[in-house]
Design a protein around this ligand. Structure first.
Ligand code: HPA
Length: 274
């Protein structure tokens, strides 16, 4: 019989503890173009996903990812350099597997980041947006299926998916550093297509400020497991321009890279004050 998710996560955690015996306090997920942030971590162990039991197997050629364990701002952290997206063909359960592993490794707080398209007309490319809520009708809910009672309740409350106290802390950090920061609602889509002009407009009409292909499934599972979640979008393109509106993956990566120092400062300080 195939192993239950609980057994799989437990085996993965046991394996990772054999590679890195310490308990990370904060988990970090690095979004597209934001991998450079890993350079700020004093690395104590690196484990390629391909070596980790039960981790989703990448089918994309040249797609490598790894877990990085180490110290940041005096605290033990674990970071995912490369995440799993639903559009790559992973099931929602595979997408969130690492978050469940992080929780059982002992993290208290989860910091998520992503590259996103801006649909708020006041936004510019390179802005950083604290996510204060999300709309998730676009991607399947990873909690569909038999509930794992030992991890969380059948019907999790989602009134505060992104912890208000962490949002306040992030605003304080940005204000101290003179970083102009936005705040808003993230709309999750499956991708891999970028949105049509009509879709960007609709997403804004529905009350969102940014749109992207990740993060929400991870945030849902983290809430289910009672982790404190904080998430940030880097606005890498604008979906609401009236003129020619061609968006490319290269443009997204470039804009994310350019904004990475702001994210690095924010995440480093979030960890320092965690
Ligand atoms: N739409 C969806 N996902 C994205 C975008 C976008 O415009 N930009 C970066 N990720």
């Amino acid at each position: 019989m195939s192993k239950s998710v609980v057994e799989q996560v437990q085996e993965t955690v046991a394996f990772l503890r054999s590679r890195y015996p310490e308990t990370p306090e904060v988990g970090i997920v690095l979004g597209s173009g934001l991998g450079n942030f890993a350079a700020h971590i004093r690395v104590e162990a690196e484990v390629p996903y391909s070596e980790i039991p039960h981790f989703p197997v990448s089918t994309v050629k040249g797609h490598s990812g790894k877990l990085i364990f180490g110290e940041l701002a005096g605290k033990k952290v674990v970071a995912m350099a490369g995440r799993f997206h639903f559009y790559e063909g992973y099931t929602p359960q595979e997408v969130v597997f690492p978050v469940r592993v992080f929780k059982l490794l002992g993290i208290r707080q989860l910091l998520l980041s992503n590259a996103a398209g801006g649909v708020n007309p006041g936004f510019s490319v390179g802005d950083i947006m604290i996510i204060n809520d999300h709309i998730s009708f676009g991607t399947p809910n990873p909690l569909v299926g038999k509930n794992i009672e030992e991890w969380g309740t059948r019907f999790p409350d989602m009134s505060e998916p992104y912890k208000k106290s962490l949002i306040a802390r992030a605003r304080e950090i940005c204000s101290e550093a003179g970083i102009d920061v936005r705040e808003g609602v993230y709309y999750a889509v499956t991708g891999p297509t970028f949105e049509t002009r009509a879709e960007y407009k609709m997403i804004h009409t529905l009350g969102a400020d940014a749109v992207g292909m990740s993060t929400v499934q991870e945030a849902i599972v983290a809430n289910h497991m009672a982790l404190d979640v904080f998430a940030v979008s880097i606005i890498t393109d604008l979906g609401i321009r009236d003129e020619e509106n061609v968006i490319t993956h290269e443009e997204v990566l470039e804009a994310a890279k350019a904004a990475e120092p702001k994210l690095a400062h924010l995440f480093t300080e979030m960890v320092a004050r965690a």
